[in-house]
Design a protein around this ligand. Structure first.
Ligand code: 4FN
Length: 232
């Protein structure tokens, strides 16, 4: 799978692409990430990527021509590339959407907006899906693009260890995690729950599932509905 990130801040992605689990997935060739600098596609002598909005008002709008050319460049290199615009107007992103995109076998072209956003004609002609990561104001679509790449990449074959990846698709997807403990057995007077030290794997699994359900009921009751429908 390949991601194209279309941005006017390509430097923003350097560490993201080279560090940690994403960095390892990239160097193993399990995922490809190409950062496409929208400015490279400008044709005017000042390399302008934005302009004043027709009708007036504050801020700037991203100029259509460099965006269209950056999208065409990416579509030309992609295997059945889908163009996604990260925008607060989009469908709210969740684990189900991440799982669907990780399995679709399509490369993704992620368009990151800045200023007041992009010219509507780019959306009308080139964008396949609009996606939002949540309801808050951001300065650009770069962090949402990273959120998508991170959540999709970890679901790709071979990216996580076997134990970790087997958890995806299970009902644990819709539950919060049970509390976790590591050494020492006693820390500042607080002991680790006895069952976790028992070596009884059946009892440990029972405790963990119950703790997960309780945690979810208490902190995110909205998630329980999805869990119930998955469990049947
Ligand atoms: N944001 C809201 C209402 C009006 C504007 C914004 C806003 C970045 C280019 C879009 C934001 C949030 C989640 C992209 C927000 C996302 C963005 C995202 C985003 C600069 C224009 C802008 C009602 C949601 C608070 C700025 C609400 N997921 N405008 O943030 O790109 O992907």
């Amino acid at each position: 799978m390949k991601f194209f990130i279309l941005t006017v801040f390509p430097e923003f992605f350097k560490n993201f692409i080279s560090e940690s689990i994403i960095g390892k997935a990239v160097s193993k060739g399990l995922v490809e990430i190409e950062v496409v600098n929208i400015r490279d596609f400008t044709l005017d002598k000042h390399n302008k990527t934005d302009d004043y909005p027709f009708g007036g008002g504050p801020g700037m709008v991203m100029t259509p021509q460099p965006l269209a050319d950056a999208i065409k460049y990416s579509l030309g290199k992609a295997n059945s590339g889908k163009v996604i615009y990260l925008t607060p107007k989009g469908k709210i992103y969740d684990q189900e959407l991440a799982a669907g995109l990780s399995k679709a076998g399509e490369d993704l072209i992620l368009v990151c907006g800045h200023y007041e956003g992009i010219d509507q004609r780019i959306i009308d002609k080139y964008v396949d899906f609009e996606i939002s990561i949540g309801d808050f104001i951001l300065t650009g679509g770069e962090i949402p693009a990273m959120v998508m790449i991170d959540s999709i990449t970890r679901l790709l074959e071979g990216v996580l260890g076997n134990e970790e990846s087997s958890e995806s698709e299970s009902f644990y997807d819709h539950l919060l995690e049970h509390p976790q403990y590591t050494r020492p057995r006693e820390f500042e007077g607080m002991k680790v729950p006895e069952v976790l030290l028992s070596g009884n794997h059946k009892e440990i699994e029972k405790w963990r599932l119950e703790a997960s359900i309780n945690e979810t009921k208490e902190k995110r009751p909205d998630l329980i509905k999805k869990y119930m429908s998955k469990k049947q």
